[in-house]
Design a protein around this ligand. Sequence first.
Ligand SMILES: *Cc1c(COP(=O)(O)O)cnc(C)c1O
Length: 394
Amino acid sequence: MSASRIVLSEPMLAGNELAYLRECVESNFVSSAGPFVGRFEDEFAKKTGVRSAVACSSGTAALHVAMRLVGAASGELVAVSDFTFIASANAASYTGADLLLVDSEPQTWNMDTERLYDDVLRRARLGRRIPSVVEVVHVLGHPADIEPVLELRQRFGVRIVEDAAEAHGSRWRSGAVNGRQVGTVGDFGCFSFNGNKLITSGSGGMIVSNDPAAVARARHLVNQAKSGDDGYEHDEVGYNYRMSNLAAAVGLAQLEQLETFLLHKRKMADRYDRLLASAPVVRPPRAEWAVPSHWLYSILLRGEDVSVSGIVRGMQARGIQARRLWPPLHRQRPYLSCQRLGGSVADGIYRAGLSLPSSVGITGGQQGAVVSGLCSLLARHAGGRGSREAEVQC
Ligand SMILES: *Cc1c(COP(=O)(O)O)cnc(C)c1O
């Protein structure tokens, strides 16, 4: 690995991270009893536009607790995006629920919520089991079309968990959810602060809700379901999912830079869009009704026979870390036998998808190097093996 390697997504720790960590050490507060946890929660709730938030040890933990609180359990059916990082599905599976994997729609690559809506109506008509929970993932930082799911809540009382792990600061800009940030319209919204996410606490997550009682329930479960202040009494099976003061210190320092990071990401996406304007690729989704966070800049390569893995290896050889997207859940071993609604759109995104280096701190020069590396690999491909690099409009 050379020092000048251009990585997929690395954190930028240029704010108060070190100062806050020093405060933790100097005050001897490193565990979850420290003051940064509450500060991080309050500030996160304020910036996200919700009433309450509870910090936890990871995004997966946040989703697991949210799933439990909306009643996911053995015998229940949870609808989830087929095309997502596997943690979305794992969190639901921990509860013993069955999964219904819902294909993507081509506009945003997110769950095809219209299709889910029609399917739930059909199931209801036939007297079949309908999902009691819909887990809406905002994939790669682009908001999902959530309105059909809100309609399902109205008609059938389905509960909604938003997996906003990749979508801090993303919002809708039209319709019934106009102006709302993702994570704020479901029963719960869950975020991740893993090292590769827009803001990081090393590892961490957040559960948000506009219902303070629901957040109090989440806080209870995150903290071993402790029932009193004066002893080891617990009233149900809880979890050790608390966030430490050390993690919260870093998380708060990162949160202070959220707006700046979002601006950088927007510029990064705009620049890639320009550089790739005439390249033989499909650029990332940007629906006119959404303001995405541009967490990862992911493209689809055109042409049936392009080897995405070959391109990833070729980029690697040039010191550039590109990565394939997730195989759909219906192709992952733990989820092979799940019920599913379609899957061919998700398959297509996986087959052709490639994420380009998207760090907050990426420079214009680095982006230029990424695109010229990509274009010369695509040109070599188009020109056939052994031929000189053909002209590829990039
Ligand atoms: C990262 C991620 C998670 C899990 O978050 P962790 O903090 O890594 O546990 C869940 N869902 C999606 C879509 C993610 O990208």
